[in-house]
Design a protein around this ligand. Structure first.
Ligand code: 5GP
Length: 212
């Protein structure tokens, strides 16, 4: 019991793991699978104006809202970041994020490069990870497989991919998602390494436990 309390005390606030990359790189699959293998990690649920795809649930995959409601939430300053992607609006709720961080939960955010840039100004200690597909051909194939997207949607996504890829240098890590299980292992390794990094330990805890 004592050991458990000590561990809780040394734990700082939750950390942010921001994942970006072109549509079709496999970010969504990675983000869904990671919390199953790593404890104390949750996906941030964004707000969006786009329509739900088959199999998507409200408040689980996204919170689906109208453009009018999204605009009003922008006015109220509710988003810690937001961006227009493929003609639709996407944003991260400040309250949702802060609640998770303050309760010590690490948060995974699957957001675009514009949103990641905004977050970087506010959360400097976040870990920024870029996911790439193995090649342009594979990216095209993956996008074509998404039957829920129309042809023009697919073309929009493909054009944007190139712009997104240009931002890879802004990120701390790049993962090439050729095989999902390997990419997942690499992501887990990044998260675990950050959890035990020196800067994440509360110096006061070390002081109280060992140096007094
Ligand atoms: P999709 O419509 O395919 O689910 O997502 C399209 C793009 O929007 C993806 O690149 C995804 O990372 C991004 N996205 C999802 N949620 C957010 C968000 O809250 N903020 C920003 N800036 N981008 C987001």
């Amino acid at each position: 019991m004592k050991a458990k309390n000590q561990l809780q005390e040394k734990k700082n606030k939750g950390r942010l793991f921001i994942i970006s990359g072109p549509s079709g790189a496999g970010k969504t699959s990675l983000c869904k699978k990671l919390p199953q293998s790593l404890h104390n990690l949750k996906c941030s649920v964004s707000y969006t104006t786009r329509n739900p795809r088959p199999q998507e649930d409200n408040d689980i995959d996204y919170t689906f809202i109208s453009r009018k409601e999204f605009r009003s939430r922008i006015q109220q300053g509710e988003f810690v970041e937001w961006a227009e992607v493929h003609g639709e609006l996407y944003g991260t709720s400040k309250i949702r994020l802060e609640e998770m961080i303050h309760s010590g939960i690490d948060v995974l955010l699957d957001i675009d490069t514009q949103g990641a840039k905004q977050l970087k100004e506010k959360y400097r200690t976040g870990v920024y990870i870029f996911v790439l597909p193995p090649s342009m051909e594979i990216l095209k194939k993956r996008l074509k497989k998404r039957k829920s997207d129309s042809q023009s949607d697919m073309e929009k996504r493909l054009r944007r991919s190139i712009d997104e890829i240009r931002s890879y240098r802004e990120y701390d890590y790049v993962i090439i998602n050729n095989k999902l299980d390997v990419a997942l292992m690499e992501l887990e390794a990044i998260i675990i390494a950050h959890r035990v990094s020196t800067k994440m330990i509360d110096p006061q805890w070390i002081e109280n436990q060992f140096l007094r």
